[in-house]
Design a protein around this ligand. Structure first.
Ligand code: CTP
Length: 398
């Protein structure tokens, strides 16, 4: 259910913090990847070592840890997850969130994230009922923050009433709901990814450098917003996204068949680097060297254009068709022409010149081309490009 979902878990400083460890264990049991962040007060209740041992991940504790900044900046950390969860959310942390403070790692991550945030408040009943906390809770709800609890019950301080943290299993259920009820809930989105391999003979093939990293990240980002994702991938080196329907293919023709079989869809994103050509005739045996040293002439024929095919369908055309354009020069001009030629709604154009390091790398610098024109996005990680694109797709389908 939570397979492959990435959760940034901020552990605040309260007596209920020890229950965050149980939340980590339960999330991991369901296949989630949990990155813990401990506030300074959180470390009074839970040690970084125990959080990291249960999560099997590095724990982040301080904004000014230069090693962390070099490894993964706070902006990236705040966005490389599908959901940000705060367990427990203390009165102080809620106040910081409601007022936009960013004076430590946790509050900075909460300010910098572009993901939804779910909090599990835990505090003394009087603190929960205090007008300041009432105001802050209302502000946070208005900001779209999701709440798990608090519930009524006996407290560590001996009092009874609302303010007790929801039980770990309830928090995990709220996390599941949050991930399943995103803006793309009920939408089916098709994503193609990776290269295709076109056989030359039984042992050789034509390929390209696509790793499938961007396509996989897009599938994960769409799924995190609640979409049902059909992921059709060629032989890519990047890990397959979890929690989506994966169809593995090898050639462009197989990809076209798998794509057609996956329709109808509300939107389709064609991130695959499909080989433009395949061998004209199928070789059943390995092409051998000849005594005369003749070099074989490889006679090629054009592959079907999957994107153009789907974009020109009459009855089954997805409402939003998004293509990619891999270019090495005049990126915007070529991509704009490609958008018109292929009949798609948007083109995500990227410069794949070797010196950019984009193809096969972890970052991307894209320009989104729509009917309205070209919008250049700053260079960012492929995960961030995916999150931004998924957000735009959700807006377009709303
Ligand atoms: N595409 C596709 N089927 C093909 C070729 C490309 O679906 N046979 C899709 C890609 O997934 C991408 C878009 O078309 O979304 C553009 O791919 P790109 O390689 O940039 O363009 P080409 O069509 O190959 O054009 P050119 O070789 O002129 O750049």
């Amino acid at each position: 259910m939570l397979a492959g979902k990435r959760i940034l878990l901020i552990i605040g400083g309260g007596i209920a913090a020890f229950k965050a460890l149980d939340v980590i264990r339960r999330l991991r049991d369901q296949g989630a990847i949990v990155t813990p962040v401990l506030t300074r007060a959180g470390q009074e209740f839970v040690t970084p070592l125990s959080a990291s041992a249960l999560a099997a991940q590095k724990v982040y504790t301080d904004l000014f840890d230069l090693t962390d900044e070099a490894e993964m900046g706070h902006i990236e950390l705040s966005r490389a997850s599908d959901l940000v969860v705060v367990v427990p959310a203390t009165a102080d942390l809620m106040a910081k969130m409601a007022n936009g403070h960013a004076d430590d790692l946790a509050s900075t991550l909460l300010m910098a994230t572009d993901k939804r945030v779910l909090i599990a408040p835990a505090m003394n009943v009087r603190m929960w009922d205090h007008p300041a906390t009432r105001r802050n809770a209302e502000t946070l709800r208005g900001d779209g923050v999701l709440f798990a609890g608090p519930v009524e019950g006996a407290m560590a301080c001996g009092e009874f009433g609302p303010g007790r943290m929801a039980e770990p299993e309830k928090i995990v259920a709220a996390i599941r709901d949050a991930l399943a009820n995103g803006p793309l809930k009920g939408r089916h989105v098709l994503v193609t990814s990776g290269p295709t391999h076109e056989p030359i003979d039984p042992v050789r093939y034509i390929a390209n450098r696509s790793s499938g990293a961007q396509g996989g990240a897009i599938a994960r980002a769409l799924s995190a917003l609640g979409a049902e994702v059909s992921f059709v991938t060629g032989p890519a080196s990047a890990p397959r996204p979890e929690g989506v329907r994966v169809t593995e293919v090898e050639t462009a023709e197989q990809m076209l068949n798998a794509v057609t079989a996956s329709l109808p869809a509300d939107a389709a994103v064609f991130a695959a680097a499909v080989a433009d050509w395949r061998m004209e005739t199928q070789q059943t045996g390995k092409i051998k060297k000849t005594a005369a040293g003749d070099v074989p002439a490889l006679s090629l024929t054009e592959n079907p254009d999957i994107l153009a095919h789907v974009a020109h369908l009459n009855d089954m055309r997805p409402r939003l068709v998004v293509g990619f354009a891999a270019e090495t020069d005049d990126v915007v001009a070529h991509a704009t022409a490609k958008r018109a030629r292929k009949g798609c709604d948007w083109i995500v154009a990227n410069d794949v010149s070797p010196e950019t390091g984009i193809m096969g790398g972890t970052e991307n610098a894209v320009t989104l081309i729509t009917e309205a024109g070209a919008e250049a996005w700053p260079r960012m990680s492929k995960d961030q490009v995916a999150a931004r694109l998924a957000g735009k797709i959700a807006e377009a389908l709303a």
